[in-house]
Design a protein around this ligand. Structure first.
Ligand SMILES: Cc1ncc(COP(=O)(O)O)c(C=O)c1O
Length: 375
């Protein structure tokens, strides 16, 4: 009997390395509040991500929510985004009292369709919040052109895009800010955690304040309504260990994804994401789109066939965030046929650094047999 295969699994450093890393926390007693590990991780990430400024947060969601907050938009202002994403992207907008305006996505890489952005802009529009879906990078040049023309801010949801480069430039440098998630299942993790990257230093003090109850640190002044979004030393320590190994994790993921591509390319009824030639990828996810019109085989049939063999997959992203009940009162514009098509057919296959190539072959064989048997 083969072992179950999970859809995601965290990349972990050697146990002894982590224990060694947290030892001095017992000596110093410093566990949070921008301690030495936080400061070290921040500096090392600025170097690794080749960006001027990194601020760390308790998770990627709070980083994004506070990043939007730092722009200081008037409540009720509109933010153009996509609904083919995780709940966090849309909820970061809603929790700021802003209105998400949903733009459709491109069929080939699932990122925002830049040709449909301008028709959604009006006098209430203040920002664009695009998502680098599965590590596919948005058309950052065109987005910046539109933002400059209309005086809009750009905050990228880069939860999936850690360590990637676009035309040789680290993606942390695009837009006004980029958020990365350091959740346990991401390419680089601090268990829970996240960051914002940016070039404009003027955001720094406000973000630090927002992360700690709106207070200007080391003063009695509390000018903002903030929250508690500090990254602890225990989490920062995991980040320091994982950062030493992240390039190995990326290499192993590359092997996994290359094996998937080799086995599933040109399979009738199974569409793969395009390879973006100008992007150095991080192989964060491996989504397939099950086009039942070609073979009669649906996503659910593939999902069930895998499950029967103890293999877990995930409808990621489903449903579209614009269909969430919590969006009903506030959403604007939901004519998103391409996103809807993708959401009803996409299946994310197991993808993590410790996934064995023999397991990838097992997964692909189940898919190929299902399509052939029924197609
Ligand atoms: C696209 C996207 N945005 C935002 C987030 C939120 O990140 P976090 O889980 O670190 O809060 C995630 C997390 O999975 C995500 O996939």
């Amino acid at each position: 009997m083969s072992e179950d295969i999970l859809v995601v699994k965290p990349s972990l450093p050697p146990y002894e390395e982590y224990i060694e890393e947290i030892k001095d926390i017992w000596d110093t007693g410093i566990m949070t509040h921008t301690g030495p590990k936080h400061v070290e991780l921040q500096a090392k990430l600025e170097k690794y991500l080749e960006v001027d400024h990194v601020e760390l947060f308790a998770n990627g969601h709070l980083a994004m929510e506070l990043g939007l907050n730092a722009f200081g938009f008037k409540p009720g202002s509109e933010v153009i985004t996509t609904p083919f994403t995780f709940a966090s992207t849309t909820q970061a907008i809603l929790r700021n009292g802003l209105v998400p305006v949903f733009c459709d996505i491109r069929e080939d890489d699932f990122t925002i369709d830049v040709d449909k952005i301008e028709e959604l802009i009006n006098y209430r529009t203040v920002a664009i919040l695009p998502v680098h879906v599965y590590g596919n990078i948005c058309d950052v040049k065109k987005i910046q052109e539109i933002a400059d023309k209309h005086g809009l801010k750009v905050l990228y949801d880069g939860a999936h895009a850690f360590a990637e480069k676009y035309d040789g430039v680290n993606v942390s440098n695009f837009g006004d800010m980029t958020m990365f998630s350091f959740h346990a299942t991401k390419v680089f993790n601090t268990v829970e955690g996240g960051c914002l990257t940016f070039k404009d230093e003027s955001y720094k003090q406000k973000l630090i304040g927002l992360r700690q109850f709106g207070q200007i640190i080391h003063t009695d002044s509390v000018p903002y309504i903030g929250t508690n979004a500090k990254l602890t030393e225990i989490h920062a320590a995991m980040g320091l260990c994982n950062l030493r190994h992240v390039d190995e994790y990326l290499e192993k993921r590359k092997e996994v994804v290359n094996c998937y591509r080799k086995m599933l390319s040109d399979t009738k009824g199974i569409r793969l994401s395009i390879i973006q030639e100008n992007v150095s990828a991080n192989y964060a996810y491996f989504p397939i789109v099950v086009e039942e019109a070609e073979t009669g085989v649906t996503r659910e049939m593939v999902e069930q066939a895998l499950l029967k063999e103890g293999i877990f997959s995930r409808r990621y992203f489903y449903p579209l965030t614009c269909d969430f009940e919590c969006c009903a009162a506030s959403r604007v514009h939901i004519d998103v046929p391409v996103a809807r098509h993708a959401s009803e057919r996409v299946l994310a296959l197991p993808c993590y650094s410790d996934l064995k190539v023999s397991d990838v072959e097992r997964i692909c064989n189940v898919i190929l047999n299902t399509v052939k048997k029924n197609g």
